[in-house]
Design a protein. Structure first.
Lengths: 161, 158
C-alpha cells in the first residue's frame, strides 16, 4: 500500500514537472495535437489558421495547379526524382537551410505556393509551409492528400529534375 | 544484519553490490531515454501516434508526460530515493511498452521504435520485445532485494 502511494506520488510529480516544463520550454507542444487524418495532415502542433489553409481535395488542388500556383515538394530529393507532381519544385525540408536562398531568388515572396508530401500521414508539407511562412511567403497552402492521391486521380506526374 | 554468513571456502555473492548495479544500469537507461525524448517532444509525439494505440486527444499529453516519468523514476533509482517504488514505476512502464510492442507486432505493424528518442533507425520487432523483457529482471531484483541498500539518499522509505 505504502509503495502504491509512493508510485502514484512519483507519477503525479512527474506529470506536474512535465506540464510545467512543456509550458516554459521553447520546444513545448500543444496539449492536444491534430491527429485526425480526416481533417488534414497529422501533426503534434497545428497552427491556428492551418486548417483553413489546407487544400482538402484533389479537385481543389488541381484547380490551383491549373491557375499556375507553384507546387513545392517537401519530401527528400530522392523521392522527388522518383516522381512528383508535374512542374512541382523540390524543396526538401531536410535540406531547407542549403536550398532556400536559391528558392527565394527564383520565387518572389508574393508567389502563391502549395506544399505537399506523400499524404496525410506525413508532415513534411506541414513543416515546409511553416518554414516558408517564416521566410516571408504570404500565400502558402498545404495539399493534404499529396502525391499519392494526385497520381491516383490520373493527374500529370513526372520523373527526374 | 548479523555476521552469520562467514562461509568458509565459498565466495559470498555481494548481493548489495548487485542491487546497486541493477539500480544504476536501469536508472541510467531510463534517465537517458527520458532526456532524449524531453529534448524532442515533437518527434516523440509522432512516435506515440505511430504506435496507433492512443486516441488522438491523448497523444500529445502522453508525449509530454511519459519522458518525465522515465527520467525522474530513473534518476530516483540512481540516487536511491524510494528505490522500490521507482523500480515499481519502471516495471509498470516496461510492461506497458511490452503490451504496445506486442500488440503492434500482432497487427503486423513495424515502425520507429522511439525507445531512446525518435529519429533512430531502430524499428519495433522481437528484438525490442526481448530487450524490454530483459530490463524487467533488474527491476524485479531491486524490488525483491531484502537487505541493506548501498548508496541510497533516502533508503529508509524504500
Amino acid at each position: 500500500m505504502r509503495y502504491l502511494v509512493r508510485m502514484a506520488l512519483l507519477l503525479v510529480v512527474s506529470t506536474g514537472v512535465a506540464l510545467a516544463w512543456n509550458a516554459v520550454s521553447s520546444r513545448g507542444i500543444p496539449l492536444v495535437g491534430q491527429w485526425d487524418a480526416e481533417v488534414g495532415v497529422v501533426t503534434p502542433a497545428p497552427g491556428a489558421d492551418e486548417q483553413d489553409l489546407t487544400v482538402q481535395t484533389v479537385g481543389e488542388a488541381q484547380g490551383l495547379w491549373e491557375t499556375g500556383v507553384v507546387f513545392v515538394d517537401a519530401r527528400h530529393m530522392e523521392s522527388y526524382l522518383e516522381g512528383h507532381i508535374k512542374r512541382a519544385v523540390s524543396l526538401s525540408v531536410y535540406e531547407f537551410d542549403a536550398l532556400f536562398f536559391d528558392f527565394i531568388d527564383a520565387y518572389p515572396l508574393e508567389t502563391k505556393l502549395v506544399t505537399y508530401c506523400s499524404g496525410r500521414l506525413c508532415d513534411e508539407s506541414h513543416r515546409l509551409a511553416r518554414m516558408l511562412k517564416e521566410l516571408g511567403y504570404e500565400d502558402v497552402r498545404i495539399f493534404a492528400d499529396g502525391l499519392p492521391a494526385w497520381a491516383a486521380a490520373g493527374l500529370p506526374v513526372e520523373e527526374g529534375k | 544484519m548479523t555476521d552469520t554468513n562467514e562461509c568458509v571456502g565459498r565466495v559470498a555473492v555481494p548481493w548489495d553490490m548487485v542491487e546497486l548495479l541493477c539500480r544504476w544500469v536501469l536508472g541510467g537507461l531510463f534517465l537517458y531515454a527520458g532526456v532524449q525524448k524531453i529534448a524532442d517532444p515533437y518527434g516523440f509525439a509522432k512516435t506515440v501516434y505511430g504506435y496507433g494505440i492512443l486516441p488522438g486527444e491523448l497523444v500529445n499529453l502522453m508525449a509530454i508526460v511519459l519522458p518525465w516519468v522515465e527520467a525522474l523514476a530513473g534518476g530516483a533509482l540512481i540516487l536511491g530515493v524510494w528505490p522500490v517504488s521507482s523500480a515499481g514505476v519502471i516495471s509498470g512502464l516496461l510492461l506497458m511498452f511490452l503490451v504496445a510492442l506486442v500488440a503492434n507486432i500482432a497487427r503486423g505493424y513495424s515502425f520507429d521504435c522511439g525507445c531512446f528518442g525518435s529519429g533512430g533507425n531502430e524499428t519495433t520487432g522481437w528484438g525490442t520485445v526481448w530487450r524490454d523483457v530483459s530490463m524487467l529482471v533488474p527491476a524485479a531484483g531491486v524490488i525483491l532485494f531484502r537487505g541493506r541498500r548501498r548508496c541510497c539518499l533516502y533508503s529508509k522509505g524504500e
